[in-house]
Design a protein around this ligand. Structure first.
Ligand code: SF4
Length: 324
C-alpha cells in the first residue's frame, strides 16, 4: 500500500477526494456548477458516427433543461445561479456544458456559446462535456484561450477502456480515441481533464473495471466521474434489460466496486461524481430507494471499514501514455 503523506481533511471526512473539497481549497468562496443545455446534439445520434446513440444514453432523463424547450444560455445560467444561491449559498459558478456533445460544432459557434456563458460575471469557469472523438487542435486552442482568465475543465466520456465493451454499448469510438484526446489536451496544460466511467457495463467483471481505474488514473487525469449503470426508459438497453439480457448492480455491489476503484486511483484525482443521477420517472433499474447522500455515506463507511482510502492501492506509473 502506498501512503498519502500530506494529511488532507477529506481523508477523515470522506476517505475520497470530493469536488467540494477541491473547490474549497482552490477558491475562497463557495463555487457550484450550473448545468446548461447549449443546443448541441451528438454525432453518435445524428448519424455522423452512429445512430441511436450509446445503448444506455438517456440524455433526456439526466440533463436539466433537456426536457423543456431550450432557453438562451444566459437565461439558463441566471435561473441556475438563483437556485444554487438559494439552495446551497453558492457564490460563484462554473458553467457546465452538460447535455450531449459540447464540442460538436464549428469553432465560431462554440466560441459564441462559451462566451455567452462567461458573460455572466458570477461565472468563473467552464466545464465542457464531450466525446473523445469530438475534439481537435483548433477546438482545444479555443478552450485553452479561456484558461488565462477562467478555471477550465474538459470532461471526456470514456466509460470503459475495453474496446469490446465500447462496441457492445455502441459508443462509436474506441479506447485509442480517448488516449489521443487526453494527449492532445494535456499538451496544452492548464486545461483540467475529467473522465467519465460507468461501473457495471454489460460483460464486464471486477477485473475489467479495475483495469479501467488503473489506466485512466495512470494517464494523469485531474478528475473522475463515476457511476453505476442504470437503465432508463426509451433506451436500447431498456429492451435488453426487459428481455433479461442485462443485469444491474445491487447497491452493496456498487459500493464495493466504487471503493475498489477509489483505492486504485491516484489520491490527487478529484471525484466529481460517485453515483448516477437520472430523473425518477425515467429510471427502470436499479431501484435502490436511497438518496445520493446515503450512497456517498455507504462508500465512506465501507472505506472506513476496510481501513482504506482513495489511493491506498495506487501505484504511480512511469506513464500510461505513449511519448510524443
Ligand atoms: S456520447 Fe453521450 S450524448 Fe452521445 S449518445 Fe453517447 S451518452 Fe448520448
Amino acid at each position: 500500500m502506498t501512503t498519502v503523506t500530506t494529511q488532507k481533511t477529506w481523508l477523515i471526512t470522506h476517505r475520497y477526494f470530493p469536488f467540494s473539497s477541491y473547490l474549497r481549497e482552490k477558491f475562497s468562496v463557495k463555487v457550484h456548477k450550473v448545468s446548461i443545455h447549449a443546443g448541441f446534439t451528438c454525432p453518435n445520434r445524428d448519424g455522423l458516427v452512429g445512430v441511436g446513440g450509446c445503448t444506455y444514453c438517456a440524455n433526456e432523463s439526466f440533463s436539466p433543461n433537456v426536457r423543456e424547450t431550450i432557453s438562451p444560455i444566459t437565461e439558463q445560467i441566471e435561473k441556475g445561479v438563483k437556485y444554487l444561491k438559494k439552495r446551497y449559498g453558492a457564490e460563484k459558478f462554473i458553467a457546465y456544458f452538460q447535455a450531449f456533445t459540447n464540442t460538436y460544432a464549428d469553432v465560431d459557434t462554440l466560441k459564441a456559446r462559451y462566451d455567452e456563458a462567461l458573460s455572466n460575471k458570477e461565472v468563473i469557469g467552464l466545464s465542457i462535456g464531450t466525446r473523445p472523438d469530438c475534439i481537435t487542435d483548433e477546438i482545444l486552442d479555443l478552450i485553452y484561450s479561456y484558461t488565462k482568465k477562467y478555471h477550465v475543465w474538459v470532461e471526456y466520456g470514456i466509460q470503459s477502456i475495453h474496446d469490446h465493451t465500447l462496441q457492445v454499448v455502441n459508443r462509436g469510438h474506441d479506447y485509442k480515441s480517448f488516449e489521443d484526446a487526453i494527449m492532445l489536451t494535456k499538451k496544452r496544460g492548464n486545461i483540467k481533464i475529467c473522465a467519465h466511467v460507468i461501473l457495471g457495463l454489460p460483460g464486464e467483471d471486477r477485473n475489467d473495471m479495475m483495469e479501467t481505474a488503473r489506466t485512466v488514473s495512470a494517464m494523469g487525469i485531474d478528475g473522475i466521474k463515476l457511476h453505476h449503470l442504470y437503465i432508463a426508459r426509451n433506451t436500447a438497453m431498456a429492451d435488453d434489460y426487459i428481455k433479461g439480457k442485462i443485469k444491474t448492480l445491487k447497491m452493496e455491489e456498487y459500493v464495493s466496486l466504487a471503493c475498489d476503484f477509489l483505492e486504485i486511483i491516484s489520491p490527487d484525482i478529484v471525484v466529481q461524481r460517485l453515483v448516477g443521477d437520472t430523473h425518477g420517472d425515467f429510471l427502470i433499474s436499479p431501484i435502490w430507494n436511497t438518496t445520493k447522500g446515503e450512497v456517498f455515506a455507504a462508500i465512506t463507511n465501507e472505506l472506513k471499514h476496510r481501513n482504506s482510502y482513495q489511493g491506498s492501492k495506487y501505484t504511480p506509473p512511469f506513464s500510461a501514455l505513449p511519448q510524443v
